[in-house]
Design a protein around this ligand. Structure first.
Ligand SMILES: *Cc1c(COP(=O)(O)O)cnc(C)c1O
Length: 372
């Protein structure tokens, strides 16, 4: 059996250990220190966000974003249904109610038309949604113009879940910096990694500062331990931040490599009539975190998936929509069947920035073989 090809595995630059060694050498082995501050600056420089707070995970960043926007028990939060569960879980940590919105076909992200329909309907039912969490899935930017227009019209703040979209942009503006608050993830499988970690960015003063305060147990200014807020232990460690600084040095290279994977798959497979690809609309720039294909049927999708599995190649069906998940299916949802259909027919292919040409050819050979 040939070596396993993973969907998306960590890809170190070699520069990480310089920062991690510095942390050890200076005894900054704590959830604060020069790497923590340095990584925040690197992220601000890269995304052109005004403020950043680095945290223990992307999930923690979403949780703090909801708290900062004042989301309370029983209040409603609009959320993309086509996403990973970590987008939604923090809504439930606060005992708020997720209201799911389906996707449009061009980017697979939140449909602006359904968003407006849902807001109008929720207001009619007596509850104006408190916030909107939208996701740039697989790195593809959402239709920000249209979504921002709706959010502004009803004066509802946007949290951008850009966990998968660091390095993506819309008209040269970084994803994560359009909304009131944006979040990134540095989990092991994301475009860059700190082994585990996340960040909040914002252009509005105070959000990130308050996030850092809440993430470090909400200690008021006093010589003793004084608390007037519930705190969290959500700060990133200076060791993890050191890995992040080494990774930020190569982020652009990682984006280029992932985009090359996508272009390769597209070129090699385009002729197969059962397979299609999602293109970037004008002005949209995707980091192509995961390369995805859409097949003509569930059966074709399974045929490809099982054939690659036999070759020791990891793939994954597209995200199962949240409104179809046992844990969330009792919450309100506004659907058009787009995400359900994508879930049935779509597949994520190996997408790491560390895949070799040989790996990529093995994937193509495996897919072509499944049609014989
Ligand atoms: C990975 C991911 C998260 C969670 O980030 P963690 O750092 O793993 O907590 C949230 N939303 C989406 C869309 C993700 O892909």
């Amino acid at each position: 059996m040939e070596a396993k090809i993973w969907l998306s595995s960590p890809h170190l630059s070699g520069e990480e250990q310089k920062y991690v060694k510095e942390a050890f050498d200076t005894n900054w082995v704590a959830p604060l220190g020069p790497n923590v501050n340095g990584l925040e600056k690197d992220i601000c420089d890269y995304t052109r966000a005004n403020y950043c707070s680095v945290l223990s995970s992307g999930t923690a960043a979403i949780h703090l974003a909801l708290i900062l926007l004042g989301v309370k028990e029983g209040e409603e939060v609009i959320c993309s249904t086509f996403t990973f569960s970590a987008t939604v879980n923090p809504i439930r940590y606060e005992k708020a109610i997720p209201v799911f919105i389906d996707s449009e076909k061009d980017t697979w992200n939140m449909c602006p038309v359904l968003l407006e329909e849902a807001i109008v309907d929720r207001i009619h039912k007596g509850k104006k949604p408190k916030a909107i969490i939208l996701v740039h899935l697989y790195g593809m930017p959402s239709k920000m113009n249209e979504l921002l227009h709706v959010a502004k019209k009803y004066d509802i703040p946007i949290i951008e879940d850009a966990a998968e979209a660091l390095g993506s942009s819309y008209r040269d503006v970084a994803m994560g910096t359009f909304g009131e608050i944006g979040i990134y993830s540095f989990n092991g499988n994301k475009i860059i990694t700190t082994s585990g970690g996340g960040a909040m960015v914002s252009n509005t003063p105070n959000y990130c500062q308050k996030a850092t305060f809440l993430a470090t147990q909400a200690r008021d200014h006093a010589p003793h331990y004084e608390h007037s807020h519930i705190g969290y232990n959500y700060r990133m460690s200076n060791i993890c931040a050191g890995i992040g600084r080494g990774q930020m040095e190569v982020l652009d290279k990682r984006v280029e490599a992932r985009r090359r994977n996508f272009e390769f798959y597209k070129q090699e497979l385009e002729a197969i009539k059962e397979i299609s690809f999602i293109n970037e609309p004008e002005g949209f720039y995707s980091n192509r975190w995961l390369s995805t294909v859409l097949t003509d049927s569930y059966e074709t999708r399974e045929k490809i998936r099982l054939s690659l599995e036999k070759e020791n190649i990891e793939t994954r069906p597209l995200w199962k929509p949240m409104h179809m998940q046992p844990v969330f299916n009792s919450f309100p949802s506004y659907n058009n069947k787009v995400s359900e259909d994508l879930f049935k027919r779509g597949l994520c292919l190996p997408s790491g920035s560390n895949l070799s040409d040989k790996d990529l050819h093995r994937v193509i050979t495996g897919i072509k073989a499944s049609f014989n």
